[in-house]
Design a protein around this ligand. Structure first.
Ligand SMILES: O=C[C@H](O)COP(=O)(O)O
Length: 319
């Protein structure tokens, strides 16, 4: 992870008179989304980079120690052995960015990662009454502390949408500040649940307020809202990150999450990061993709890449 973002004093002027040129944002998002896929010779590199940025997630009511164990093994060995061999990369170099689970499953992750030699992989835990955040503040803070003491190194909190929707941005700031304190050494990711914020201006304000309060990452969604990670919202958030960096020199990471299931989508998000914020923001210390079922498609595409390459190499010339 990048250096911690200490945050700054709350400053209302940073979120006043915000104007978002929605048609322009939508046009830009459309260009990114419909662009031709990555050039053939770079495909494997992009796909592998995307793998290293995945927060491999399971956030289901029926999670058990055994599916968490499989998740951790997959995080440690995200690409099938024969494909790793064909790509001529060292398995140990490629793991997912983190695993992401509910607080009560963190201890299972600790055990499973130890068993598969994956203790270098951070455990991210959602907390604070995920996904709605509708529990008393003390309960939400205690949940963070419990997840950290069980072994989580990253905490994904949800912001208080009631405060955001009623314009109480100082209220959002104060809570996130307390959540950051409760995290101790663990990194803080703040989930905005953008599908419930009502407007792009609110998305921008929520992004800025969370960063002012010390978020190390801002994250689009829980994966449980009606609308989750979409490019126009992502653009507004990364532009807030750019503005915050410009004002404070602190680099805050970005995590789109929810509904990202195809390798092509992952590459589109990566290219958005590269174009909007630069190469530095395309690595796991500043970019993560929260996803439960993306890895399968990436592995499939790597398989096509590898088999295509060999088929081409062995092709007979025309007689
Ligand atoms: O934070 C991660 C999301 O909950 C994952 O959403 P997904 O299951 O749609 O990939």
């Amino acid at each position: 992870m990048a250096a911690r973002n200490p945050g700054v004093e709350y400053d209302e002027s940073w979120i006043q008179n915000i104007y978002i040129n929605l048609p322009a944002v939508k046009r830009r998002a459309e260009t990114l989304g419909t662009r031709r896929t990555v050039k053939k010779q770079w495909q494997a590199a992009w796909l592998l980079r995307a793998v290293t940025c995945i927060d491999l997630t399971t956030l289901a009511g029926d999670d058990t120690p055994s599916n968490v164990e499989r998740l951790c093994y997959k995080a440690k060995h995200p690409i099938r052995g024969d494909l790793v061999k064909a790509l001529d990369i060292k398995d140990k170099d490629i793991t997912t960015g983190a695993v992401c689970v509910y607080p009560s499953r963190v201890a299972d992750c600790v055990k499973a990662l130890k068993a598969c030699n994956g203790t270098n992989i951070p455990i991210a835990s959602v907390a604070t009454g995920f996904p709605t955040g509708q529990t008393p503040l003390k309960t939400r803070l205690d949940e963070i502390k419990q997840a950290v003491s069980s072994g989580a190194r990253e905490i994904d909190i949800v912001i208080n949408r009631t405060y955001a929707l009623t314009g109480d941005w100082k209220g959002v700031y104060n809570e996130v500040r307390l959540m950051r304190e409760a995290c101790g050494e663990a990194h803080l990711k703040t989930i905005l649940a953008t599908g419930e914020l009502g407007s792009m201006v609110n998305v921008y304000k929520a992004s800025m307020v969370c960063m002012m309060a010390g978020a190390d990452f801002i994250k689009t969604s829980t994966g449980k809202e009606g609308v989750n990670a979409i490019l126009p919202v992502g653009l507004v958030m990364v532009r807030a990150i750019r503005e915050y960096h410009h004002r404070t020199a602190h680099k805050v990471g970005f995590k789109p999450a929810g509904g990202i299931r195809s390798a092509k989508d992952a590459c589109t998000w990566l290219s958005m990061m590269k174009e909007e914020l630069g190469d530095e923001w395309t690595k796991p210390n500043l970019f993560r993709i929260g996803a439960s079922s993306l890895l399968g498609d990436i592995e499939r595409q790597i398989f096509h890449y590898v088999t295509g390459r060999y088929a081409a190499a062995h092709e007979l010339p025309m007689a």
